[in-house]
Each structure stands twice: as structure tokens, then as C-alpha cells.
Design a binder for this molecule. Sequence first.
Ligand SMILES: NC(=O)c1ccc[n+]([C@@H]2O[C@H](COP(=O)([O-])OP(=O)(O)OC[C@H]3O[C@@H](n4cnc5c(N)ncnc54)[C@H](O)[C@@H]3O)[C@@H](O)[C@H]2O)c1
Ligand SMILES: O=C(O)[C@H]1O[C@H](OP(=O)(O)OP(=O)(O)OC[C@H]2O[C@@H](n3ccc(=O)[nH]c3=O)[C@H](O)[C@@H]2O)[C@H](O)[C@@H](O)[C@@H]1O
Length: 351
Amino acid sequence: MAQKESNGSNSNGEHTTRPPPTPSPLRFSKFFQANLRILVTGGAGFIGSHLVDKLMENEKHEVIVADNFFTGSKDNLKKWIGHPRFELIRHDVTQPLLVEVDQIYHLACPASPIFYKHNPVKTIKTNVIGTLNMLGLAKRVGARILLTSTSEVYGDPLEHPQTEAYWGNVNPIGVRSCYDEGKRVAETLMFDYHRQHGIEIRIARIFNTYGPRMNIDDGRVVSNFIAQAVRGEPLTVQKPGTQTRSFCYVADMVNGLIKLMNGDNTGPINLGNPGEFTMLELAENVKELINPEVTVTMTENTPDDPRQRKPDITKAKEVLGWEPKIVLRDGLVLMEDDFRERLQVPKKNKA
Ligand SMILES: NC(=O)c1ccc[n+]([C@@H]2O[C@H](COP(=O)([O-])OP(=O)(O)OC[C@H]3O[C@@H](n4cnc5c(N)ncnc54)[C@H](O)[C@@H]3O)[C@@H](O)[C@H]2O)c1
Ligand SMILES: O=C(O)[C@H]1O[C@H](OP(=O)(O)OP(=O)(O)OC[C@H]2O[C@@H](n3ccc(=O)[nH]c3=O)[C@H](O)[C@@H]2O)[C@H](O)[C@@H](O)[C@@H]1O
């Protein structure tokens, strides 16, 4: 399907100098039949695999996933492997990729702090070289590209809640910088390709997202607490426990990403659930809903942990007509079932 031509200015009112490249003639002959061929990088991961499920619901879509399986798994995509409209490629985005596609959802990047800090040089290469490669691909084939950026571009924010206009408070040399600064450069690359080459871009700034299929030992707070509650272990609240986050259920996030891709606004647009909780409140909710017998224990925190985070989603509401629907307590219960199944710990029958 042909994408809309650039009208010479982006949604921030900036003038773009060049029209988008002419799409490959192959897209209008051999590939037009598929209607829309979509590449999802990082599609074997948590958000990516839910996005693939939703995209595959449309019978006119072909979906290609490119993933190096660092934090993702084939298991997340097992229902699609072998499907005629689906392809899975073991591929590292720090290497160029040659495929003919109409849209690119570029998610590839470890997202949990313990994983992105594990090999920080690789994380920054994934964000910078990986995004350059995907932009090069978008330019070659005339595809529209969406980047999953992060609320971490706001760093330890001095404005609360965070709007897209806030430039952030990020430590450029800290242990989280490979991720935060990597995503900031990725955003810059997106806008430079847009202005210089007329590429159609979309940028989502995702705030903490949770749901089924998160890695059990992911290290992120919601998956940690749920796994701990299901196993009957203490919930590890990192000090001081008063730091806040806003948690979005993955189905809401996927709907927002698809609306952003198919809308007219380049972004950046905050996608997240504005409900804000301290980590102690989150622990109390998990305890009450999943296992009232567990204790809460305070543990050491890591450097540069943001003290507060809450999205202002006015722009997403106005521009995309999107807002999340699933409140935290409902989402936690939906996630519990998946964790119990994978950990093989059935629910105790109430006496
Ligand atoms: N989940 C969140 O709360 C959150 C918040 C903000 C932004 N994001 C962004 O959303 C995206 C997906 O996050 P997620 O929570 O699903 O994480 P995830 O770790 O489950 O998924 C990331 C996927 O990318 C793959 N990957 C990593 N490096 C790669 C590389 N070099 N080449 C190819 N594949 C690679 C992994 O194997 C995995 O399948 C990431 O870009 C992340 O930065 C997520
Ligand atoms: O939404 C975002 O923009 C970012 O959010 C998260 O980063 P972070 O908020 O640090 O996520 P967690 O590791 O889940 O930590 C959240 C809070 O919970 C605390 N925590 C974590 C784990 C734990 O066991 N206990 C605990 O109290 C941390 O100290 C932190 O204050 C994601 O991991 C990033 O990929 C994402 O880009």
C-alpha cells in the first residue's frame, strides 16, 4: 500500500527539505498483493510479540520479525511460526538488513535495566547503529518507520508530569546512559532522516509497560513482584520505595503504537498510563491481590534511578484519540495467570 507523500513540513511545523524516496517498483508489482508488509524488529520480545499478534489479526498484513533473541524468545511467537503470512529472521539490527517492506516498527533493544546495563556498549550500538540501519532500510524502500523510544529520555525529570516538550534531565556518563542517551540519539537520527531525506517517521515515548510474557527474571519491577508473590518470596522494594512509576498494560500500549503508526503525526508522543504509584504502593497492591502472606523487604537501589515518572498524555488523546483502558489492579491479575502457568504454581483454593 502506498504511503502518503510528505507535505513539506512535519507535525512540529518544521520544514522538510526533500520528498520521500520513490518506493521500489517491486512494491507495486510483486509485493502490492500483500497490501501491507510490516517489519517488526525486536518482535520476539515482550511488547513486540503482542504487537505481532495484533498485526497478524489483519488478513491483509504480512509480518516479518527480525530479532537476535538476546532478551526475546521464539516461544513468544510460537503460534505464528509456519504461518504463510509470517516470517522470523534471526538477525542483529547492528547489521544491515535487506527486505522489502512498507512499515517498520523498530523495537529491537533490551529494555530491562539489568539487561541493557549487562553489555552497555552493545546497547548503545543497538540504539545508534541499529536505528541507522533501519532508517537506511526505510529510505531504500520508502517505508514508514516507528521508533519505540522511552520515557527514560526525560531522565530523572525535573518537570512532573512529563510532556513531550520537556527536554529532560539525563546523566550523559552514568550506567543508564547507554539506554537513555542511546534512545535520545535514535530520536535525533529519526528526525535528521525525516528532515534530510523525507522519511516518514513516528516516535513513541513509551512509559513503563507490563503484562503477560515479560521474562520471569526480567528484573523490572512488575515482573519481579509478581514472580516473587507467586513463589511466596519477599517483594524486593528498592530504596527509598517512594519513587514513582506509571504502569501501562501491554494491550493498551499495542493499540497506541498501531494508532501512531497509521496516523499523521510524527511524534514524539508519550504513550503510557497516567496512574502513578510509589514502589511501596505497587508492592502492597501485588501482595493484596496475589499473595497476602508475602513480606515486603527494602533493598539497595541502583544509580540514577528516576525519582518520579508520569506521562502527560494530552497529545496522545488529542492527536491519536488514544488513552489506556486497563487499570493497574486489573492488569496485575491478568499477568498473574500467565506467571502462574509458566512458574507452574497454581492458585490456592480459598478455604
Ligand atoms: N517495556 C517497557 O516498559 C518499555 C518502556 C519504554 C520503552 N520500551 C521500548 O520498547 C521496546 C521493546 O521493549 P520490551 O519491553 O518488549 O523489551 P524486550 O527486551 O522484551 O524486547 C526487546 C527485543 O529486542 C531484541 N533485541 C535486542 N537487541 C537486539 C539487536 N541488537 N538486534 C535484534 N534484536 C534485538 C530482543 O531479543 C527482544 O526480543 C524497546 O525498544 C524498549 O526500549 C519499553
Ligand atoms: O518506561 C520506561 O521508559 C523505562 O522503564 C523501565 O525502567 P525503570 O522504570 O527503571 O524500570 P524498573 O526496572 O521496572 O524499575 C522501576 C522502579 O522499581 C524499582 N524496583 C525494581 C525492581 C525491584 O525488584 N524492586 C524495585 O523496587 C526500581 O528501583 C525503580 O525505581 C524499563 O525497564 C525501560 O526499558 C523503559 O524504557
